[in-house]
Every structure is written in structure tokens, then in C-alpha cells.
Design a protein around this ligand. Structure first.
Ligand code: ZN
Length: 809
């Protein structure tokens, strides 16, 4: 799922594609943490919170010696009715029980039931302020009242006996009662027929749906969560059948698929898996071009923009059935339309080929042919380096109604240029970023198969982290939204937060919490805590250990420590289990020097100190009063001219006696010109971090100091560090490269400095969230500007994000 926003370099503006996710970042209000247990709390080990290791999940964070998971294979026939936007399916599911448990029933997910008028998702959605609803949102609310997009189950029977199976639908879940207990090691095959009405994405959005193009009368279908799918049965939770409410995504079993997709015969189908019958469904020219794309050094059109444009006025003569096979996948999705342009370029992953392909209508041009397939291959290159070689034969990006959503080998991505072909920087980087993000999801959670319905961060956080690394390898200073510590500061100091370790449906500020914060935390862990070498080794170890398996949070935390050799419990506790933020302050700097006891030296210093003392107000005002000793000078005596800081011969003798009594080493220590600085730091935010500072000396040189976070081990609130130097310190700057996400920089300076900023004389928003489009101004519009439909579409998108907390895309 997407949470893509990009910063546009030229104007430093946040271009927000999914605005509702970001707008919930609250006002910047600092909160002190009066935590009376702080003294011993931040470094307390996590053993008491994390689950006890078992034979299936080892204490090292690796799969245990008796690790198991179920396998579920699907054989599916599906037909799309392009006249009525309906889908008809028939599947045979083969369930193999690899667990040590006997099962009386199986649970399946009926995700389309979220589109029933009486779904929990509709019933529990809340509206605080109806006056802020746009037309799109209101249209969606009205449509959801009546639309019935739920599954119609027309058959459910055992394959062997063809006897009906008792099944009970519980909202978005369905329990199928087994005729007899399914013992460990046994398999059970059964068949289900179903159909449902496909949602029109312009009204009711979501992770799938169809889009109608008024101008040519055609549809793009992006089809996902479209068949009854087995729930996961795991060693950690038993059946994972928490209801589908919209935000918490999916958790599924790995298995093999054969899917026969029947569509109008002029449609092009893009799908998870390998196409088995290209000779029946592709033209000779298309097959030749596919051959050519295997050795090309840039994307090759399989269907050109001109051909796709021509296809828009086609009328189908019948249907065609496309057969796809996919092995070792947790899910299966596809897209179908006669509008698709199709380009492809082969990427060699080690010694085997991966075909990177993009499918998009002419409405996506010229942006899509330029960036989509390149972004796919870029993702495979970078992600594979940090994890494992991409194991599938294809990687596909499709443009249609869905803003950004991932499935094995295929993903749906929304950004399109304006109708005149120009686009804003936000749209360009939005597209590259969303393709990287959604293709990146192949690694997390499609292959490292975490439980999305429970823990959003385990796939979105890790994926957003790798997205940042990939973006930074795309071009210099790529405007990444998440990754740099400074970009998470606004969220970290906001109110209304929950820890990252929160169930998907209960997360507040969804995007920052589950995407940006974990991504930033991992980046800090890599750059500032562990260093790239240790981090990359441990992160790759986690990916390798859990490839095609089902990790839980503890498996990640434990593996990162196990492989890096660094106790990170304080880091997980602070960043993943708490709402604390980083706010460190330099509270005090004291300079100390050794007293030489030499009156010639010390008395001069004392006199300087005395002279530096300020004149008091009374002293100043009393100056002009004529004193009695002025009138009667005879009242003055010895003490009126005595200076206690004058060095007497007696003082000198006494010092010489002292000096003679010292050893040579002691004499040297006294003679050395050494300054002792006691620098006091305070931890105001609560989240402990390394102390990193630059000390600038009077001669203009600098010293960079890095102290591990463990300095806070005994006192989490205040520490004092001794710095010895022959030079005089002029100033100190804490976290000079902004690597800790410190929310208040002003107390990072010693001495404090005057804070400078600018304020605007005019209030109100001056920029739209989509970003300005200087390209249009530069290129002169070929056609009139953004049409009415595009504007309505935008409103509908915004409305969707609002209603579902941004969870549906
Ligand atoms: Zn995502």
C-alpha cells in the first residue's frame, strides 16, 4: 500500500498525494515526560515483553528447528463481464496441514465483503465534521449505503465426494467445517464458486476496482482480493482471522497457483505469474517484440501508444482465456483492459532473467513509458542487494484507478500527467517513488511474509526504508519523503501518537507511524548506531532467514541484535515501544584549570576575575557622593593602599618550598596547559540516543565527538562528560548533522544563539498539495488545462483517504 509523498526540491514544498495521512500530523507541541521511573527504564531488556522463544521461533530470531507453515494451492477459473463489471470465479483449493495440530475447520477471507453496505468498515467509520466533506466524499458515503460488492458464494463442496461443505460467513471471514478432522500431514481439496460486483473506483475506492473512461467508453480493471483466500494458521496466533476493516492488510499462506482468466478478446491481461499460452493470446508481432525486449537495453513497446489508442475503439468478437502459473506466492492479482500500452525490458538477476513490464493507458503518457519500467528494474537491483535475489520471473507495474497497491509480481500505481502531457515535480517523483515502493513490497511482505493485519510497520516500515535507499540511488538529492531524521521531527513532537508496536487498525497518524517513523528509525540505526557494514549484514540476515517464511516482530528485533552483536533493546524500546521523542540539550558547560599555586600566576588570574566583576547599581550611584575620607585625608591608613593580590616575598618563598616538594611528574602536570571542560547534557524528550557534538575552538578548529547512547545507562535524564583540550572552546553544537531527529534544535547550541525565522504577512494556503507545474508554463499548453473530470477524481481520492483513514490505497 502506498504512503507516498515527495518533497519538491525547488520550492521545498511537500507534495502530498495521499493528503489525509499527512494532514493528521498534529500541532507542534512539546511534551515533557515526567517519567519517574526513567532512572532505570530506558535500558531495561525486552525479554519481559517479547514472546518466549519456542521450537518454531528461536531466541536468536531465526526460524526454530521445528518451524512450520501451511501450504495452500489454488486452481482458478475466472471470467470478467465487461458489460456489467462483474466477476465470476470457480476455484479448487488444496490445503495441506503442515502444523502439528488437528484442524476441525478452515477459515477463509472474503475481502470483497468490505463493500457490503452493512460491513463493519462502513458501520464503524466516523465523521467528526461534515462541513469539511467534499462532493467526492459525500458521493462515496451515499454510494456505500447502497452498493453491494460483497461475495456471492454459490457453491462450496469437497472435491473428492462433491458433497456440499457447511460454511458460515462471519462478515469478511468464512469458516468451512471439515467433514472430518484434518490431521497433521494431511491435505484437503475443496471447491468454491462465487461472483461479485466490481467497485467503481471513482466512487468507492480501494485496493482494487475498475475505472471508466468517458471519452472512449472503456474500462481498466485492477483485480485483487478477488477470490476466497485461506487465512493464515500459524504457530504464533493460530488462525489469523481478524476482520478486514480496510487498513490492516493481509496475511496469507504460500502456495502454487494456476489461474485461467477469461476476458473480452481485445483485452490485454497483466497478471501475477508466467503466461503459459502466449501463442493463443498474443499476436505474432507482440511475441516478436517480447523476444526483442529480452536483450534490449531500454524498455521495448509490446503494444505501442498508437496501437493502444486504436484499440480503444475496438469491439470484442468474443473472449480469450489467458493462463498464468505462479509458484511460491502468497497471493495473486491481475489487470485487464483494451486501453493498455505495454512495455517490457528484461533484467538479469544473477543467472536468471526477470521480465520487467509496465501496462498503462495513453492517459499515463509521456510519464509512464519514460519511468515505470526503469523504476521496476532499479528496485530489483537495489532491494536485492540489501535482501536476496528477486526470485520471481516477472515484475509488473500497472496504471489504473488504484493509487498504489502491491501483490506478488504485480502492483497498481496511480500517478498520471496532466491531460496536456505536462506534469508537476510532485507527479514525476510521486510515480517513481510509488513504483519503487510497490515493487519493493515483493520483498516485504510478499516474500518475507509478515502479518500485515496485525503489524503494518513490518512491511510498510521496512519497505519505506529500502524505498529511501533506492530513491537516493536514483539521482543526486532525490526528494525522498521519509528517511532523513529531520523529516520525522514534526511527527515525533506531535500529540495524539501511539507506539509503532500497535495493531494496524488502532494506529493514529497512520502514514508517519507505520511508514515514516520505522523507516527513519532504521536509517538512524544504520547510519548512526550500527554503521552501514554491521546494519546491512544483520538486515540481510533477517531477510534471508525469513524469505518465504512468516516472521513476527521479535524475530526482527532478535535477528538484528543476534547478527550485529549489539544490544539494541534500548533502541527498540525507545523507537518501537514508546512515544518518546529525541530532545537533547546542552544545559551547561564549565571550564576548569589546574591551580598552579604559583602566586605570580594565580594572583593575576584572581585580579582579572575581580576586575571583571560588575559594578553594582549602588556603587555606581554612590560614586559622586563626597566621602568623609576626602574631607579628612588623615583618616586613611595602611589598609587604604594595601592590595591583598600583590605578591609578597613571603608568598614567593612559600610557593618555592611547595614546588620543590613535588615529583617531576607532578611538576609536569602542573605545567601543562590543559583545559578541563565539564559539559552537561539533558535528555528532555525521553528517547535516549548517542550524544554527537562538534566543539569549536577559539582558533577556529573543530573536534567531532561521538558518544554511544549507553552513556545514559545510569542516569537517563542528565549526564556530564569531561572533555580535556589544550585549546579553548568557543562553542558547542549538539547533533550538528541532524542525525538523531532531535525535535528542538535551539537547546543544541552552547552558548545559545538567536533563533531566526521569517513570518508571512498573508495567511492562507498558497500552494496546492499536488505541487505547481512549471513544466506547463515552460512548454506552453497544447490543449486547455486540467478538465472537470480530473478535478472530480481528485476530490473522490481525497474523500476516500479521509473516510478510510487512507487505508484503502
Ligand atoms: Zn506500502
Amino acid at each position: 500500500m502506498k504512503y507516498i509523498t515527495v518533497k519538491i526540491p525547488a520550492i521545498g514544498l511537500l507534495a502530498i498525494l495521499c493528503s489525509a495521512l499527512v494532514s493528521s500530523v498534529g500541532s507542534a507541541q512539546l511534551k515533557l515526560h515526567p517519567n519517574k521511573f526513567r532512572q532505570a527504564d530506558q535500558f531495561r531488556q525486552l525479554e519481559e515483553i517479547l514472546p518466549t522463544p519456542t521450537e518454531t521461533r528461536a531466541g536468536s530470531g531465526a526460524p526454530g528447528a521445528r518451524y512450520w507453515q501451511q501450504t495452500v494451492d489454488y486452481d482458478i477459473d475466472v471470467k470478467i463481464d465487461d458489460n456489467n463489471q462483474q466477476l465470476f470465479g470457480s476455484e479448487t483449493i488444496t490445503y495441506r496441514n503442515n502444523s502439528p495440530d488437528s484442524l476441525s475447520y478452515l477459515w477463509l477471507q472474503l475481502d470483497a465483503n468490505i463493500h457490503r453496505a452493512d460491513s463493519d468498515a462502513n458501520m464503524i467509520s466516523t465523521t467528526d465534521d461534515i462541513s469539511s466533506l467534499g462532493f467526492g466524499s459525500l458521493k462515496a458515503i451515499l454510494a456505500k449505503e447502497v452498493f453491494d460488492g460483497g461475495f456471492k458464494i454459490t457453491r462450496c463442496q469437497e472435491s473428492l465426494t462433491k458433497k456440499p461443505l457447511k460454511h458460515t460467513i462471519v462478515k469478511t471471514m468464512m469458516r468451512v467445517d471439515l467433514p472430518s478432522k484434518l490431521e497433521p500431514g494431511q491435505s484437503f481439496a475443496f471447491e468454491i464458486d462465487w461472483n461479485y460486483q466490481i467497485n467503481d473506483s471513482s466512487v468507492i475506492g480501494g485496493r482494487s476496482g475498475c475505472e471508466f473512461f468517458e471519452e472512449d467508453g472503456n474500462y481498466i480493471y485492477e483485480v485483487a482480493q478477488w477470490f476466497p483466500r485461506l487465512c493464515a494458521y500459524t504457530d504464533a496466533t493460530g488462525w489469523q482471522h481478524k476482520q478486514f476493516l480496510g487498513r490492516g492488510e493481509f496475511t496469507l499462506e504460500m502456495g502454487d497457483y494456476v489461474v485461467r482468466i477469461t476476458a473480452p478478446d481485445d483485452h490485454v491481461v497483466a497478471s501475477t505469474g508466467t503466461l503459459l499460452n502466449s501463442e493463443q493470446v498474443l499476436t505474432e508481432v507482440q511475441r516478436e517484440r517480447l523476444e526483442e525486449s529480452k536483450t534490449a537495453d531500454k524498455p521495448v513497446f509490446i503494444i505501442t501508444p498508437e496501437e493502444a489508442k486504436k484499440n480503444e475503439s475496438n469491439k470484442p468478437a468474443g473472449t480469450k482465456t489467458w493462463i498464468f502459473k505462479a509458484d511460491k506466492v502468497r497471493d495473486f492479482a491481475w489487470a485487464s483492459s483494451r486501453k493498455f500500452i505495454w512495455d517490457a525490458m528484461q533484467h538479469n538477476m544473477g543467472d536468471y532473467p526477470v521480465m520487467a513490464m509496465s501496462y498503462y493507458p495513453n492517459e499515463g503518457e509521456p510519464l509512464w513509458s519514460k519511468y515505470s519500467t526503469h523504476a521496476i528494474i532499479h528496485t530489483l537491483e537495489v532491494y536485492s542487494r540489501y535482501t536476496f535475489d528477486y526470485p520471481y520471473p516477472v515484475a509488473i507495474s500497472v496504471n489504473g484507478p488504484v493509487g498504489g497497491m502491491e501483490y506478488p509480481m504485480i502492483c497498481f500505481n496511480g500517478p498520471r500527467p496532466e491531460k496536456d502531457g505536462t506534469y508537476s515535480a510532485g507527479t514525476k517523483y510521486g510515480l517513481i517513488s510509488v513504483v519503487i515502493h510497490e515493487v519493493g513490497h515483493n520483498y516485504f511482505p510478499m516474500i518475507v511474509n509478515s502479518d500485515e493485519r496485525q503489524w503494518t510497520w513490518m512491511d510498510e516500515g521496512l519497505n519505506t526504508f529500502l524505498q529511501y535507499l533506492s530513491e537516493q540511488e536514483w539521482e543526486d538529492n532525490y526528494p525522498s519523503r521519509s528517511g532523513e531524521p529531520r523529516d520525522i521531527v514534526r511527527y515525533m513532537r506531535s500529540r495524539n501518537q501511539v507506539p509503532i508496536m500497535t495493531n494496524s487498525e488502532s494506529i493514529l497518524q497512520f502514514g508517519p507511524n507505520a511508514y515514516s517513523k520505522p523507516a527513519t528509525a532504521l536509517n538512524i540505526l544504520r547510519e548512526t548506531i550500527l554503521g552501514r557494514e554491521l546494519f546491512d549484514y544483520a538486515f540481510k540476515e533477517y531477510a534471508m532467514r525469513w524469505k518465504f517464511k512468516r516472521p513476527m516482530p521479535a524475530d526482527f528485533f532478535r535477528t538484528m541484535e543476534d547478527a550485529s552483536g549489539v544490544d539494541l533493546d534500548w533502541f527498540w524500546r525507545g523507537w518501537f515501544f514508546s512515544n518518546d521523542h529525541v530532545d537533547m540539550s546542552i544545559s551547561n558547560v564549565r571550564q576548569l584549570n589546574v591551580n598552579t599555586k604559583d602566586p605570580d600566576v594565580e594572583n593575576v588570574i584572581k585580579r582579572e576575575e575581580k576586575d571583571a566583576e560588575p559594578e553594582s547599581n549602588s556603587q555606581r550611584l554612590n560614586k559622586d557622593i563626597e566621602k568623609r575620607t576626602h574631607r579628612y585625608p588623615e583618616l586613611k591608613d595602611f589598609y587604604n593602599s594595601y592590595d591583598e593580590l600583590d605578591v609578597s616575598p613571603e608568598d614567593k618563598k612559600s610557593y618555592e618550598r611547595f614546588f620543590e616538594g613535588l615529583s617531576d611528574e607532578e611538576k609536569e602536570m602542573i605545567a601543562a596547559k590543559r583545559n578541563f571542560y565539564l559539559i552537561s547534557f539533558e535528555n528532555i524528550g525521553g528517547l535516549v540516543m548517542p550524544i554527537i557534538f562538534d566543539a569549536e575552538f577559539e582558533d577556529g578548529t573543530k573536534q567531532h565527538v561521538r558518544i554511544p547512547a549507553e552513556i545514559w545507562k545510569q542516569d537517563n535524564a542528565k549526564v556530564t562528560k569531561l572533555l580535556m583540550t589544550e585549546k579553548e572552546i568557543k562553542s558547542i553544537v549538539l547533533d550538528p548533522s541532524l542525525e538523531t531527529a532531535d525535535v528542538d534544535l535551539e537547546n543544541n547550541y552552547f552558548p545559545r544563539r538567536i533563533e531566526k525565522s521569517r513570518f508571512e504577512m498573508y495567511s492562507g494556503s498558497r500552494f496546492s498539495s499536488g505541487g505547481s507545474n512549471p513544466m506547463r508554463a515552460a512548454e506552453k499548453p497544447k490543449k486547455p488545462g486540467k478538465g472537470k473530470k480530473a478535478k472530480e477524481k481528485k476530490e473522490a481520492d481525497d474523500g476516500e483517504a479521509e473516510n478510510d483513514g487512507g487505508g484503502d490505497e
